[in-house]
Design a protein around this ligand. Structure first.
Ligand code: PLP
Length: 432
């Protein structure tokens, strides 16, 4: 389990290469053992500490900001590293296989042809936004809680093409959110583009009901899915969305800079695509008169064109394997349990805290957003995030859209003790 002890053993290139191989074998053996680990610990007494030891993250820090970036576990890190080395040592050009699309498709209930690999969520959202047939005056509805990656493409398209962006307020319950959205729809609404889980306060939006509503009014549904994969289980067919942009580099703990895009089969041909190259079409001929190309491939793979970072694909696949080995429902229960524990501890502070994340069970995921009130400190929200950082505890201050709140993410590698430490530090800072 202890990779670091191996790293301290040798010096020199030869030793390092041997150590790397030994370390990779140990990690692989751990991964294989995980099948047994998972079965033996059916419920609460699962050995999360053993899983935590498979992360290089130093024990000197508490990372409660997975919402910004997932930290990489050794299996993923090793897979990426080994893949880069194979390319360098054997001069092997990374050829596209659809293993990643197939595995992701099986997890989110899609057909592999409905999935393309991107570099991040923002890229997927741009493909969606610019691919829709919208004209001046057409309305698109977003929330007031967008990440820059979730809204900038739409705002820019408003500038360039004159589409109109409307927003609605998130409710304290799924029903309230749905009602607020419904009240924003007009005859001119052509698309609803909302996050499944906003980055600001982490509530889970009722996306299935939102997409049902959209479909009933002939409105296109586009979901910004930066957070759900690896946190909560979901099925794109059950949600019924037309488009869903996600990533591997947050909750499923894949390599940084790896994303994916889902487009429902019936929308692939209708969606405009402006950038194409290798893998987008089967054939082309520059010596024909006139020069010609064959049809675009009938899959979202048309967006994953040109030379790509093969090691990131390998790492992303490994992250899905790691995720399924631990167990999606076990992970969901764990991350939600930690978030609920955190939320309850914060609520116990009473008047000193303004809780922003809903307490409704179906609306709460693994991120809690709140503000400090009644503290003698100036700017206590950013102040606390900075103070925590000085103590090696990493949180997120949400400055966007003037929200000025603290966001704490709880992943399965976090512990109950870390949550308690965080709340104690907050009390000491804000009210001590
Ligand atoms: C809700 C949401 N949407 C979009 C993005 C942008 O994601 P990416 O950095 O993968 O483009 C983020 C990133 O944090 C996010 O939280």
């Amino acid at each position: 389990m202890k990779r670091k002890s191996f790293l301290t053993l040798g010096t020199g290139l030869f030793a390092a290469a041997n150590l790397k191989a030994a370390n990779s074998q140990i990690i692989e053996a751990q991964l294989n053992d995980m099948g047994t680990l998972a079965q033996e610990n059916q419920s609460d007494n699962f050995d999360w500490a053993a899983i935590r030891s498979m992360f290089p993250l130093g024990n000197d820090r508490i990372f409660l900001n997975n919402g910004t970036m997932g930290i990489t576990p050794y299996p993923v890190l090793n897979a990426v590293q080994n893949s880069f080395e194979t390319i360098a040592e054997k001069a092997e050009y990374p050829h596209h296989s659809d293993d990643l699309e197939k595995m992701l498709a099986s997890i989110i209930g899609a057909d592999p042809k409905e999935i393309g690999i991107t570099k991040n969520v923002s890229e997927g959202i741009n493909h969606i936004c610019w691919g829709l047939d919208l004209k001046r005056g057409d309305e698109v509805i977003l929330t007031e809680h967008e990440h820059v990656g979730g809204c900038l493409a739409w705002l820019y398209r408003a500038k360039v093409d004159g589409i109109v962006i409307k927003t609605f307020v998130l409710g304290k319950t799924a029903e309230e959110t749905l009602n607020n959205l419904n009240a924003t729809i007009t005859k001119k609404t052509k698309a609803i583009a909302v996050p499944h889980i906003p980055c600001t306060i982490g509530q889970i939006l009722p996306v299935k009901e939102i997409c049902d509503l959209a479909r009933s009014k002939n409105i296109i549904s586009c979901i910004d899915g930066a957070h759900p994969l690896g946190m909560i289980q979901f099925n794109v067919k059950d949600i019924g969305c037309d488009y869903y942009a996600g990533c591997f580099h947050k909750w499923v703990l894949g390599p940084i800079g790896s994303g994916w895009l889902y487009i429902a089969q019936q929308k692939i041909q209708q969606t405009k695509i402006y950038h194409v190259a290798a893998y987008s079409a089967g054939e082309f001929n520059m010596r024909a008169t006139p020069p010609s190309m064959g049809p675009l491939v009938d899959s979202v793979g048309r967006y994953s064109y040109g030379t790509f970072c093969g090691p990131l694909h390998v790492g992303a696949l490994k992250s899905l394997e790691f995720y399924t080995k631990i167990g999606p429902s076990r992970i969901e229960n764990r991350v939600k349990y930690l978030a609920e524990k955190l939320q309850n501890s914060l609520l116990e502070i009473g008047d000193g805290i303004e809780m922003l994340t809903p307490t409704e069970d179906r609306s709460r995921g693994a991120q809690i957003g709140f503000r400090i009130k009644k503290s003698k400190k100036d700017n206590p929200n950013i102040g606390f995030v900075n103070y925590a950082r000085s103590k090696q505890m990493i949180l997120r201050h949400v400055a966007e859209n003037g929200l000025d709140n603290i966001r704490i993410s709880t992943h399965y590698y976090n512990t109950e003790q870390e949550i308690e430490q965080c709340v104690s530090l907050l009390k000491e800072y804000a009210f001590g």
